[in-house]
Design a protein around this ligand. Structure first.
Ligand SMILES: *[C@@H]1O[C@H](CO)[C@@H](O)[C@H](O)[C@H]1NC(C)=O
Ligand SMILES: *[C@@H]1O[C@H](CO)[C@@H](O)[C@H](O)[C@H]1NC(C)=O
Ligand SMILES: *[C@@H]1O[C@H](CO)[C@@H](O)[C@H](O)[C@H]1NC(C)=O
Ligand SMILES: *[C@@H]1O[C@H](CO)[C@@H](O)[C@H](O)[C@H]1NC(C)=O
Ligand SMILES: *[C@@H]1O[C@H](CO)[C@@H](O)[C@H](O)[C@H]1NC(C)=O
Ligand SMILES: *[C@@H]1O[C@H](CO)[C@@H](O)[C@H](O)[C@H]1NC(C)=O
Length: 278
């Protein structure tokens, strides 16, 4: 009776431990993912509280349970591999610590109100295939270093306020199938290897580059605004030349007249000086 009871206990314990093992997460939490999510959460401001279930304790193990999930975070093999935080009215900058989510394959922060620069540190996301930062208020240049993310398939940066040139390095991304930088404030030439087809790489038509008034070169038109400004410079040059000619002429005239008057006054002045003799 006593031995039977204990064997039953032992078998129960065994069964329990087997069950726990089966439902345990496959790998231990990753400190890099924790750093990534903590810093992102701190840099975003979230007026609509769309990230209400992003709480400090969950960051230490964001991929802990098969049923638990943080808004917009998808895990694979115990690591964060997808961040889908589009249309959430998020504000603030993108923390450079996003690069600590080293297994990230897809980053979609589109259609928010994010500002500041695109962090250079994205270059450390070596598995990144999808980058969608469209429809925000991101400013500054497109970091040439993102060409280090050699798996990039999609770069969608349309509708921001990005400035500077399109880095020619991006043309070396052989997997790139979507590229959209339309409606920014970019300038300079469209890199030949993004606008033109070389070998069997698909390249991008004018709709990828439209809405940047100082961008030029195939598939857009030639330097249209530059042509106009050359005319403007010539006009300004001629105009200012003419103006300075007229001005110096006037100055000389005024000077001549005033010296003439002075002389006349001196001449007349001698007369009253002599007068007292009368
Ligand atoms: C967190 O929020 C997202 C969307 O708001 C929801 O899909 C998810 O189930 C929530 N997770 C938990 C644990 O409440
Ligand atoms: C952008 O997000 C807003 C909500 O913040 C939504 O109403 C709108 O439809 C979204 N636009 C697109 C193109 O998804
Ligand atoms: C996390 O990201 C920051 C910013 O890029 C970097 O300085 C730091 O070394 C990273 N930490 C780890 C553990 O990767
Ligand atoms: C990027 O996000 C925007 C807005 O959420 C969406 O309309 C667009 O299709 C996305 N781009 C790609 C290439 O999926
Ligand atoms: C791209 O192709 C267009 C038309 O085929 C050509 O005029 C232009 O010079 C080419 N640009 C470069 C950089 O190869
Ligand atoms: C440009 O290419 C896209 C696909 O990459 C296509 O949907 C669009 O119709 C093209 N536009 C023009 C004007 O050819």
């Amino acid at each position: 009776m006593r031995t039977g009871h204990s064997t039953m206990r032992i078998s129960q314990l065994l069964l329990l431990s087997m069950l726990t093992c089966a439902f345990l997460p496959p790998s231990s939490p990753d400190p890099k993912d924790e750093s990534c999510l903590t810093h992102l959460f701190e840099s975003f401001s979230d007026p609509n509280q769309n990230l209400h279930n992003w709480t400090k304790p969950t960051f230490s193990n964001p991929c802990s349970d098969l049923t638990f999930n943080l808004a917009g975070v998808t895990c694979n093999n115990g690591r964060v591999y997808k961040l889908s935080l589009q249309n959430l009215n998020l504000r603030g900058p993108i923390s450079p610590f996003i690069s600590n989510c080293t297994n990230l394959q897809s980053l979609d922060l589109s259609n928010n109100s994010l500002g500041g620069p695109i962090p250079d540190d994205l270059q450390f996301l070596v598995n990144l295939a999808v980058l969608n930062l469209s429809s925000n208020r991101l400013a500054g240049p497109i970091p040439p270093a993102i060409a280090m993310c050699s798996y990039l398939n999609v770069i969608d940066l349309h509708d921001n306020t990005l400035t500077g040139q399109i880095p020619p390095q991006l043309g070396s991304l052989v997997r790139l199938s979507v590229f959209d930088v339309s409606n920014n404030k970019l300038s300079g030439p469209v890199p030949g290897n993004l606008g033109n087809r070389t070998g069997n790489l698909p390249r991008f038509n004018a709709s990828s580059f439209a809405g940047n008034k100082d961008l030029y070169g195939y598939p857009l038109g030639p330097m249209r605004n530059r042509g106009l400004s050359v005319v403007a410079i010539v006009a300004i040059g001629l105009g200012s030349g003419l103006l300075s000619l007229v001005l110096s002429f006037t100055v000389v005239c005024v000077w001549l007249r005033s010296t003439e008057r002075k002389r006349a006054a001196e001449h007349e002045g001698k007369v009253p000086h002599v007068m007292p003799d009368y």
